[in-house]
Design a binder for this molecule. Structure first.
Ligand code: DSN
Length: 432
């Protein structure tokens, strides 16, 4: 690069990523192909609109690219074009979530998601998010004893509040979600079911997490499913929205989005497209779309299934080992890629734990735990996950080592920088 200042920062970041143990569950290491697509000349192009309906000339190849990426996105999740609309233009997860509400929920109507401090997301209606200013947020919580979803209580709240949309899918929930139970609740109250699968999309594509799209018997579940591409899916930072093409409005006689539709079939995909562009965004990032295309194709390969399976085996091993060291895991453990540890019983806070680990080259993030008595900037927990380490090729044996390193730092106050370096050196990243 000619710009040495930026080049040096890129080099330093590459080195940092290579030499640290990354346990942030929402991060991953993309392939060289994904990086190349992101850094391609598609970044130069304006392409407002959709394939064959652009406001700029010169979009012959962007059109082909967007069509291909949409096809690949559907294929990665075993979906058919006639059943699901797909939009690959959202800049990331938060704009994607906003677009879904804009498409389906009139301003001032109610939305219902899991409270942020229990594992939800800002855009699921948190009080500091615009989503709770434009819509009325009526959040649900986790069961205090089990620290898991309490479907009876969610049903009770849904019946009481009659939200227009219910969001399932979280950022710090280590258990599997029962989408069919959510479907029943939504049917009862006439709400859309939106699944935010950002955290576990790669697990769904890999067949190791239940599909939010349809049940084993083939019955459709969610009305709209969104994901970021950059977590377990191992793609670029970007958002993707899938929406039912044949939504039957059921007990609702009108669908928002400016259209006064009679009871019958509604193409939610079209409503989403309008909300993304021109509703909320301008020109799509064609380079991001190219990188999504690469990642979706990678996620459709048989090796990706092995990867997804290994993520969960690694998370379970790491969880068991941490428990053996006496750590309290929220909800008793994990069924996914993610672990939430309550570190307060060990006499430290989440922020202290995260800082001590970072000084030793182990990267986690501080996180609230359900019903946390502490504040978000210094909560009771740390959140960890295995997608990134699994990409590096680490398996159960290495997870045992990682648990020991964590225990050495947090329980025995030992320095482990050299052990971390040598473990990382055995699993180098494929970046220059
Ligand atoms: N910030 C993401 C996470 O870390 O889970 C969610 O958007």
């Amino acid at each position: 690069m000619n710009d040495k200042e930026i080049e040096n920062l890129i080099k330093a970041e590459t080195k940092r990523q290579n030499e640290t143990i990354n346990l942030i569950p929402s991060e991953n290491f993309v392939s060289r192909d994904v990086l190349e697509a992101l850094g391609s000349v598609f970044t130069n192009k304006y392409a407002e609109g959709y394939s064959k309906m652009r406001y700029y000339g010169g979009n012959e190849f962007v059109d082909k690219l967007e069509i291909l990426t949409k096809e690949r996105s559907l294929r990665a999740f075993g979906l058919k074009e006639e059943d699901w609309g797909v939009n690959v233009q959202p800049y990331s997860g938060s704009p994607a979530n906003l677009a879904i509400y804009v498409a389906l929920v009139s301003l001032g109507e109610k939305i219902m998601g899991l409270q942020l401090d229990m594992g939800g997301h800002l855009t699921h209606g948190h009080k500091v998010s615009f989503t709770s200013k434009a819509w009325i947020s009526t959040p649900y919580t986790l069961n205090k004893e089990t620290e898991e979803l309490d479907y009876e209580d969610i049903r009770r709240l849904a019946v009481e509040n009659k939200p227009k949309i219910i969001v399932a899918g979280y950022t710090a929930y280590p258990k599997i979600i029962d989408f069919e139970k959510f479907r029943k609740i939504c049917d009862e109250v006439g709400a859309y079911l939106m699944v935010d699968m950002s955290h576990f999309a790669g697990l769904v594509a890999g067949g190791v997490y239940p599909s939010p799209f349809s049940a084993k018997g083939g019955q459709a579940i969610a009305d709209v499913v969104m994901t970021t591409a950059h977590k377990t899916l191992r793609g670029p930072r970007a958002g993707v929205i899938f929406a039912k093409r044949k939504y039957v409005s059921g007990i609702r006689y009108q669908v928002s989005g400016g259209e006064n539709l009679e009871k019958g079939e509604v193409d939610l995909g079209k409503l989403i497209d309008k909300a993304v562009f021109p509703g909320l965004q301008g020109g799509p990032h064609a380079n991001q779309i190219a990188a999504i295309g690469v990642a979706m194709e990678e996620a459709a390969q048989p090796e990706f299934k092995d990867y997804a399976k290994q993520i969960i085996m690694n998370a379970k091993t790491l969880a068991d080992e941490l428990k053996n060291f006496g750590f309290r895991l929220v909800a008793g453990g994990t069924e996914t890629h993610l672990i939430l540890v309550d570190v307060v019983p060990k006499g430290i806070s989440g922020a202290e734990a995260s800082d001590q680990l970072e000084k030793n080259g182990i990267i986690v993030n501080k996180n609230t735990i359900p019903y946390d008595a502490r504040k978000p900037m210094d909560p009771s927990g740390i959140r960890m996950g295995t997608p990134a380490l699994t990409t590096r090729g680490m398996k159960e044996g290495e997870m045992k080592q990682v648990a020991k390193l964590i225990a050495d730092v947090l329980l025995d106050k030992k320095g482990v920088v050299s052990e971390v370096r040598s473990l990382c050196a055995k699993f180098p990243l494929d970046y220059k």
